[in-house]
Ligand binder design. Structure first.
Ligand code: C2E
Ligand code: MN
Ligand code: MN
Length: 406
């Protein structure tokens, strides 16, 4: 199927001007062989390339481009499919925008357009290309930290607390994972994630229960989570717990029961954050609203979990503004190389700043993701890069350390 990709990359600083012409000649030859057409724009620091061709050829070419040290920060801006090619079949036309008016470059670009049908209508690809030429793409552009300048070192174990053995008769256990402010080397909170008696993941643990048992088990398990927090003396951190919205709405006195667990374990309601996802909530918004009121009145904090996942979280946000919002892993994954995800994160950040909501990026696994997110303005992180969930204990944290450049 005929596919289109636009990507942006930054030219390696060591690259000299003389290098462009031989690169173009080689690229054209390769593109023709692979039935790829397109254009290449260069503005002195960045390349923008539109590639069109069979999907498989594009995927192969892109992975080749990612391995090429001559450009870095390769970021996909758009992927699409089309009934016909937009550009001529010369392999690749080159536009150097330096020292020329944008209008002139755009006129030239239009003259290379192969199929004039697209000039008659607002064409999305051409809109993106125009933004690459006239500099509009810099709107919201994030100058990411350089991943090669950072290393992650696990802390020397000072935080590691000996695991507690599971008391017999306990039907569930909890794994703990830290939420951190890496540049301040600070743990801000600890999330308790449910596990079965043999360490089974949440889906397996909950999967064996009927709906009625499930909500009851969800609520009662929090007694175990909070007593673990007490036994590990996690008094200086916020403790995040997950609850299904239906647990709060379907169980009579759920909030009072939860508050009872908090107090019985010598914890402060103000240090507890309840994380909820949007699933099922909308249908029962009135009951849910009254549960939220009670939680807030007791001093317990609220967070929207998995923001941007299947259940987007926007309808929760229109109804009520939590103190914390956690951006779902699916948006975070590969964000450093993905233009649309970058735009979504940037707009979530803007939204949350204006509403006074603190933002956590979930599921951060790579140094590159962190380098982009930190530079974009996210301060709090959760993910394997910093620390894995650990059964019945808080595992060691890996903190970023800036390498001294030789
Ligand atoms: P969640 O609340 O979004 O928790 C984060 C999940 O992401 C956890 O999965 C955690 O192990 C995983 N995770 C953390 N960092 C990374 C990372 O860097 N990469 C990847 N790939 N995954 C990462 P887990 O523990 O399997 O929990 C899954 C979900 O189950 C939770 O997602 C939460 O929605 C739910 N859950 C956990 N405990 C409870 C509970 O006590 N009650 C209820 N109702 N739901 C719970
Ligand atoms: Mn959660
Ligand atoms: Mn989540």
């Amino acid at each position: 199927m005929l596919s289109t990709v636009i990507y942006r990359s930054r030219v390696a600083p060591w690259l000299s001007e003389h290098w462009i012409t031989p690169m173009l000649i080689a690229a054209r030859k390769k593109n023709i062989a692979m039935h790829i057409t397109g254009i290449l724009i260069f503005d002195g620091t960045h390349f923008f390339q539109v590639l069109e061709g069979p999907e498989q050829s594009l995927t192969a070419l892109l992975s080749h481009i990612r391995d090429d040290p001559r450009h870095r920060e390769i970021t996909t801006l758009l992927r699409d499919y089309a009934p016909f090619r937009r550009f001529s079949s010369s392999g690749m036309d080159f536009f150097d925008v330096r020292g020329r008016t944008h209008g002139k470059t755009i006129d030239e670009l239009y003259s290379t357009v192969a199929d004039h049908r697209i000039l008659h209508y607002d064409d999305r690809i051409l809109t993106v290309v125009r933004a690459c030429i006239n500099g509009d793409w810099r709107d919201g552009f994030v100058e990411m930290l350089n991943p090669t300048e950072w290393e992650f070192c696990p802390e020397d174990g000072s935080l590691l607390v000996a695991p507690l053995s599971t008391p017999s008769g306990q039907t569930c256990q909890f794994a703990l994972q830290a939420i951190v402010e890496p540049l301040n080397r600070r743990i801000t909170s600890v999330e308790a994630l449910i596990r079965g008696p043999h360490g089974e993941p949440p889906a397996v643990y909950f999967g064996g229960l009927s709906p009625r048992e499930l909500y009851q088990a969800d609520l009662e398990s929090k007694s175990t989570a909070l007593s673990l927090a007490k036994n590990l003396k996690l008094h200086q951190y916020k403790i995040s717990i997950n609850l299904l919205p239906m647990t709060l709405t379907s169980i009579e006195g759920a909030v009072e029961t939860l508050l009872g667990y908090v107090l019985a374990n010598g914890l402060e309601p103000e240090q507890i954050v309840v994380e909820v996802t949007e699933e099922e909530v909308v249908a029962q918004f009135d009951t849910f609203r009254s549960a939220i009121k009670k939680l807030r009145a007791a001093g317990i904090g609220l967070a929207i979990d998995d923001f941007g996942a299947g259940f987007a979280g926007l309808s929760l946000l229109t109804e009520w503004q939590p103190e914390k919002l956690k951006i779902d892993r699916k948006i975070i994954e590969g964000v450093n190389a993905h233009g649309p995800r970058q735009a979504i994160v940037a707009s979530i950040l803007r939204l949350c700043r204006s509403l006074g909501i603190s933002v956590v990026a979930e599921g951060v696994e790579t140094v590159e993701e962190w380098c982009w997110l930190q530079a974009a303005g996210i301060e709090r992180f959760q993910g394997y890069l910093f620390g894995r969930p650990t059964l019945n204990q808080l595992g060691p944290i890996s903190w970023p350390r800036k390498l001294v450049q030789s």
